[in-house]
Design a protein. Structure first.
Length: 302
């Protein structure tokens, strides 16, 4: 159920009788976010968006995993939780919210890999995340709710099955992953890149995390290789191929997410345009000369 920020503030006993200043934070694609200063101390309040269950957001999972990420040293601390509204009040991380442009700077891929390694070395998350299963879920949602999907989507499912089969030959141990590390989910606190927003978090192949963030940030080959080297200690063809196949899966799955959002979201954003952009990128890679080689390389020891 939706709730107003005023109700949230009134529900927190520690804030009563104090000077409270509420400021909306723009930029969220799923939820409504606020900065709430209480006697001059900043807090981040996240109020869930409507119908996010159609996007496969599990709020209990998100709460559990956000606390685990804080324990790992990269996520914000959970200060208060209102389970009746599924509202989290989080530590406000003072720092620079990153952009795609800022994360192109020299050394940023290595810093990203270092933060991801911290998260992956932390406590296990509550549930698992699998983009292949999530894609199937999203397709069912689209069918049930008469949601328009990108053209030729069903015809590409055999190629998606090829990717899943190739990745399964030499699986990596799963790690606690954020799974949605777009640029704005990095905050530079001056020491490390902090990682926020655990709506889609779950234990997953670490190369999905690496590939997904490379795709979100528009990284070129040199930066993809830098992340690979910083995370694994070296650049290997099997791990690069694993990252690149997961880059495709990032676009395959999140294109459907955007198509669903185009129908259900009240946020003013061109979700359909984003869906088409992501799908075009996925199709281009599926049709590329490199795709068969990635399927081969990922099955090699390395």
């Amino acid at each position: 159920m939706s709730v107003s920020i005023e109700t949230v503030v009134a529900k927190i006993p520690d804030w009563q009788g104090k000077t409270v200043e509420i400021k909306p934070i723009a930029g969220g694609l799923t939820n409504t976010n606020y900065r709430v200063d209480v006697d001059g101390v900043a807090h981040f309040v996240r109020i869930p968006g409507a119908k996010t269950e159609l996007l496969a957001v599990d709020r209990q999972n998100e709460y559990y995993n956000t606390r685990a990420a804080a324990e790992a040293g990269v996520g914000p601390k959970v200060l208060y939780y209102l389970p009746e509204y599924e509202v989290m009040v989080l530590e406000f991380i003072e720092g620079k919210t990153m952009s795609k442009e800022a994360l192109q700077a020299p050394g940023m891929p290595t810093r990203i890999a270092q933060s991801i390694k911290m998260l992956h070395a932390g406590p296990r998350f509550l549930t698992d995340f699998n983009m292949f299963r999530l894609t199937e879920f999203y397709l069912k949602i689209c069918e049930q709710h008469d949601i328009v999907i990108p053209p030729r989507y069903p015809e590409r499912m055999p190629a998606v099955a090829q990717i899943e089969k190739a990745l399964a030959v030499r699986p990596l141990p799963t790690r606690p992953c954020n799974n949605d590390l777009l640029a704005e989910n990095y905050i530079d606190d001056g020491k490390i890149l902090r990682l926020i927003d655990y709506e889609y978090s779950g234990n997953n192949d670490p190369c999905f995390e690496l590939g997904n963030t490379c795709q979100e940030l528009g990284y070129d080959e040199a930066r993809i290789q830098e992340i690979c080297a910083a995370y694994f200690g070296k650049v290997s063809e099997p791990m690069l191929a694993r990252m690149k196949l997961n880059m495709i899966m990032s676009d395959v799955g999140w294109a459907l997410w955007a198509a669903i959002q185009a129908k259900i979201s009240k946020i003013e954003y061109d979700f359909w345009g984003w869906a088409i952009e992501r799908w075009a990128r996925a199709e281009a890679k599926l049709d590329s000369a490199e795709f068969p080689r990635w399927l081969e390389d990922v099955q090699k020891p390395g």
